[in-house]
Design a protein around this ligand. Sequence first.
Ligand code: NAD
Ligand code: TYD
Length: 344
Amino acid sequence: MKTVLVTGGAGFIGSNLVRWILHHRDWRVVNLDALTYAGNLENLRDVEQDPRYVFVHGRIEDAQLVTRLLEEYAVEGIIHCAAESHVDRSILSAAPFYETNVRGTLVLLEAARAYGIKRFLHVSTDEVYGSLGPDDPPFTEESPLKPNSPYAASKAAADCMVRAFVHTYNMPAIIARCSNNYGPYQFPEKLIPLMITNALADEPLPVYGDGHQVRDWIYVEDHCRGLVAAYEQGVVGEVYNFGGRSERRNIDVVRAILQLLGKPESLIRHVPDRPGHDRRYAIDCTKAERELGWTPTVTFEEGLAWTVEWYLHNRAWIESVRSGEYRRYYEQQYSWRLQEGAQV
Ligand code: NAD
Ligand code: TYD
């Protein structure tokens, strides 16, 4: 049985990816996650007993730990999701983004190279391409990197390092760049889960500026399927864009959520805009469709309805995240092993 190391597997996309792999492939998954505020082991409660699943608490910047895991589990390849991922946090403080996204990626690349990894899928973002005007064509894999936020800059720097490792050391790496994901288990600081959870609590919905900024939205499972396709079939050194072909203005997304929940638009509050706010992202994913046989299958209306439904049925998850209780779940589950100083 092959083993893949998924970094950041306790986060939003990582946990959906780990679950997708365990359901659709006969692989062992080692999940290396630092459990920052965004990492939540409750996201994987339904698969944690699967004998093919191993959780390891640690940081990707820990070269010794990464090397030990690669060797101990005879890892075939890495799917690198771990990151500091929230633009607003990067505006408040860029340093953690440099540490995890840039230095952490370099540590992983060096460990993977020394070990002789067979596959390295770097999970990046469309935000490395910068912002589009209203009539510009969507980003392709050939679009120049013009990151605007500290988050996007850190991801672009990591992408460049991955590219350099392919070019210089023949590292068998591939880069995936995806648009905005939404779906179950997304931490409620990103637009869609924040608006759902605030609306459920009858709290104001903060819309930055005029709300006319545009994002392309992809249902997280479509992205996960694309990541596995890129891991299995992608050509080394290539970049693959993934998107949902669902460009929407933020204000329209927020209104759709209120409508699904039967809540009034009077909850919307226009607040001062995010500094340096990118106006529009849109992604051309025809290369992934042509070369990987992948296509997004979930329409935005369908996916948003499922997502709202998921949050409605998982109030306990929302409560534990909002109250910080989810951190205690981790401590209870793993405290005895932590006390022994062993990996979990
Ligand atoms: P997330 O913030 O929900 O999860 C990140 C995970 O990484 C968390 O579990 C966290 O504990 C872990 N982590 C953070 N720093 C770490 C470190 N130093 N060592 C080990 N683990 C660490 O993020 P997400 O939304 O799931 O995004 C996952 C990846 O996908 C990121 O690389 C992000 O840039 C990329 N991406 C996200 C989106 C999106 O819309 N969410 C879109 C395109 C690309
Ligand atoms: P976000 O989910 O933070 O993703 P990104 O900035 O990576 O695209 O935000 C999506 C869009 O929603 C973005 O244009 C910023 C906007 N936004 C708000 O208007 N209000 C909010 O409270 C948040 C978190 C985001």
